[in-house]
Design a protein around this ligand. Structure first.
Ligand code: MSP
Length: 515
């Protein structure tokens, strides 16, 4: 599987939306590995375009120096938050530039590009020409377009319209858009736009921070055309770069993780048509996993509202585990969610510090005290033991079904259900009471075995979301290679009789907020 994220604009610092998408994709990539599937995870930064050029000018820097500085901030954040990618796509990379230029030349040779003069309205903020369809009910261009200017210029166009009927058919036949409820929005947009071609150049006289059009040096490439190509250039498309992976092996089962704002038109229309024009077959087309937005009290985060949530600050204040857990747990895939720091703390304290933390502490602590850390499962089992084992089987199944549908929140819910069941089992069995009678020694050991075995499974299932915490849990369980297990091989009874576990040390210290 090839998993990619959108590449983030380098015209400002990373915010919580950027962090969500990268962490979500990191979790999905780790899950694929845990399932035994080969996966390549590509992410990066979108460094060209007018916005970057303008912001750099405002900051009194050259665009190159500016993007280098901003890119360093993104890299540091992914390092801090445990986002482990296999490929880094930075669009000023000369290897990407060569690939974009080769594609442009090839498309021109195939008759997919043409030059024409156009006069019309242009949104400086969105870096695109506008049509009457972009006007609001009063006939004006709304504030979302920012400054709108009338310009006349010659440019290069891509024959998008030659591919839209293929695209409609492709979308009808394939479940390429995930979750499926997003598909209608895309097919409606295509139906409204069948006859428009895409302007893919900008005259250098107006904007020069981009990739030069190889056959017309007075122009640079439109930022979206350049940016979308990152998905293939950085995995070896064209085969010219020995530093990239092999394209044919990497471009398999491709899923682009993107936000809902960039499905129409960029990914859902331009990108599919670009790939089709390049000669990609239907079977080679990517799927789009379209996620929702993190808002603040129902409102969009924006610089002008001053409500931008900084993931760096959150990670410093609450730790990376709390941040990763919250961003995966408190949003339904495809839907929007409200960012709420109190829920971040509440979810960490309830599900991790209290429930999972309590389970680990009980299992490991009582094993130390009652059986000197040595585990043993004695037969015959009681009904409650079978029920607990069934709870784990159900949890595994629900976890995997949810993850296969990219629904990380639901997968965590399934994991949490087993943790809750373990704590209920412990309350019922009361090994601390039973241990008072030496005749119960074997039964106490069996109950503790069930709790410790559950902790081992929970560590594996938690590992895509919280790899560091899972590693700490695994170290306490002390079973060599525990986290190298592949999910399909996980069955009850991983811990052999006689296995000794380590002393507990807290993995999820409760977050206390000073009043
Ligand atoms: N550079 C383009 C993407 C090019 S992909 C070939 C871009 N960059 S962006 O920085 O504006 O957004 C990057 C990603 O973050 C997008 O998928 C976008 O949807 C996502 N998010 C931006 N704000 C967001 C939230 N508030 N919440 C969740 N994700 C959001 O678009």
């Amino acid at each position: 599987m090839l998993l990619t994220t959108a590449i983030d604009y380098t015209n400002g610092k990373p915010h919580i939306g950027h962090a969500y998408e990268k962490i979500l994709t990191d979790v999905l990539a780790r899950y694929q590995r845990l399932s035994g599937n080969p996966v390549f995870f590509l992410t990066g930064v979108d460094q060209h375009g007018q916005k970057v050029e303008q912001t750099a000018a405002k900051e009194g820097e050259t665009p190159a120096a500016y993007v280098e500085r901003i890119t360093a901030g993104f890299l540091a954040l992914w390092e801090k938050t445990g986002v482990h990618y296999d490929g880094w796509a930075a669009t000023t990379d000369p290897r990407h530039k060569h690939c974009v230029q080769d594609i442009l030349t090839d498309l021109k040779d195939k008759g997919e590009l043409y030059k024409k003069a156009y006069s019309g309205f242009y949104s400086v903020r969105q870096e695109q020409f506008l049509t009457d369809r972009d006007r609001d009910e009063q006939g004006n261009f709304g504030p979302e377009w920012g400054e709108v200017v009338e310009i006349q210029e010659e440019n290069w166009y891509f024959r998008l319209s030659a591919h839209t009927s293929w695209l409609q058919e492709f979308l009808e036949k394939n479940d390429a858009i995930l979750p499926t409820f997003r598909k209608a929005e895309l097919t409606n947009a295509i139906a409204r736009n069948t006859s428009l071609d895409l302007c893919i150049s900008r005259p250098k006289a107006r904007m020069s921070w981009g990739i030069e059009i190889p056959f017309d040096p007075d122009y640079v490439t439109y930022v979206w055309f350049d940016a979308l190509i990152n998905y293939i250039s950085f995995v070896g498309y064209g085969g010219k770069e020995s530093t990239f992976p092999d394209f044919a092996t990497t471009w398999q089962n491709v899923v682009h993780v993107i936000g809902k704002d960039i499905m129409v038109p960029a990914h859902g229309i331009y990108w599919y048509c670009m790939l089709h024009a390049m000669g990609f077959t239907d079977a080679q087309m990517p799927r789009l996993l379209v996620h929702g937005w993190w808002n603040i009290r129902g409102e969009k985060m924006s610089k002008s509202l001053g409500n931008i949530v900084d993931p760096n600050e959150l990670a410093d204040r609450f730790g990376t585990d709390a941040l990763r857990y919250y961003l995966c747990r408190d949003i339904v895939i495809g839907r929007d969610s409200d960012f709420d720091v109190e829920r971040l703390v509440m979810l960490f304290n309830t599900e991790l510090a209290n429930e999972l933390g309590n389970l680990c502490n009980r299992a490991l602590n009582m094993s130390q005290r009652f059986t000197a850390g040595v585990l043993h499962c004695y037969q015959p089992l009681q009904e409650e033991d079978h029920t607990l084992q069934q709870s784990l089987t159900d949890s595994h199944k629900n976890y995997r079904d949810a993850m296969e549908n990219f629904d990380v929140a639901k997968a965590l819910e399934a994991l949490n259900r087993h943790v809750v069941n373990c704590n209920i089992y412990a309350e019922r069995m009361k090994p601390w009471e039973m241990n008072k009678n030496p005749d119960n020694k074997e039964r106490v050991a069996t109950v503790l075995y069930h709790l410790a075995e559950s902790v081992a499974h929970c560590a594996v299932m938690l590992s895509p979301v919280l790899p560091d915490a899972a590693a700490k849990l695994a170290a306490q369980i002390d079973l060599p290679g525990l986290l190298e297990n592949k999910l399909p091989d996980l069955t009850w009874g991983m811990l052999p009789n006689g296995h000794t576990i380590q002393k507990p040390s807290p993995v999820f210290p409760r977050i206390v907020i000073e009043a």
